[in-house]
Design a protein around this ligand. Structure first.
Ligand SMILES: [Zn+2]
Ligand SMILES: [Zn+2]
Length: 225
């Protein structure tokens, strides 16, 4: 992903503005999905890839279970191939443990999907901070679902003061509007006599704002809405 040129990343970000969730969460989810899919369907027969996964002791907990979702039916033999390499490496590792010392092994530490996703995410944060220097991009961003708070702070920190001012004003507007919607949702949930309006999904929008969206918009129910 890092080899992709900036104009391509810019185009992906502009497309992600239309996806109804944080654009960087969307692209992060796409990268995660593609990396797992590629591992299962292209790299699984590659001996060096299996050696790498054995060295990293498989994926982290989250990506192990994402792999099951992404692979679906038909991936069981591929999972067995990946994990046979992992288990064979663990046979040697466990045999070599020195029982006089604690092992201090972190099974999640070297997940290759976490590494790829983090590198890609960083690239998109940098490119978005640069894109927002152009006044012509700002209305498109303002029309989008905006950034979740985690990505907001990452982009904010990498931006120049003029972009930070724009981001501050834009995020303040979004937060005030969400606060109003949550108030309205709470009020109508209590009185139960008025039909819900646009505030009806405010409870999920606030979750996405504070925690981000773990799956890409294409996999996420209501992600385009
Ligand atoms: Zn995000
Ligand atoms: Zn991971």
């Amino acid at each position: 992903m890092l080899r992709l040129n900036k104009s391509l990343l810019t185009a992906y970000l502009e497309d992600a503005f239309e996806r109804g969730i944080c654009p960087i969460c969307h692209l992060r989810g796409e990268t995660e999905y593609r990396s797992l899919d590629m591992f299962l369907y292209e790299r699984v027969n590659d001996i060096s890839a299996r050696r790498d996964i054995a060295r990293s002791k498989g994926f982290c907990v989250y990506h192990t279970y994402r792999m099951l979702e992404v692979g679906g039916f038909g991936s069981h033999a591929k999972i067995a191939m990946i994990y046979k390499s992992v288990v064979d490496a663990l046979v040697d590792e466990v045999a070599l443990l020195d029982e006089k010392r604690a092992a201090h092994v972190d099974m999640d530490a070297n997940c290759p999907i976490c590494r790829t996703v983090a590198q890609t995410e960083r690239s998109y944060v940098e490119v978005l901070a640069n894109m927002l220097r152009h006044e012509s991009v700002r209305p498109k961003y303002a029309q989008s679902a905006g950034l979740c708070m985690r990505h907001y702070y990452q982009v904010y920190d990498l931006s120049k003061p003029g972009v930070r001012l724009f981001l501050k004003q834009d995020q303040s507007r979004r937060l005030a509007s969400l606060s109003d919607d949550l108030g309205e949702f709470i009020r109508k949930s209590v009185i139960k006599t008025e039909p819900f309006g646009e505030e009806k999904d405010s409870w999920i929008r606030v979750i996405r704002l504070c925690a981000g969206t773990l799956k890409s918009a294409t996999e996420c129910p209501g992600g385009n809405g």
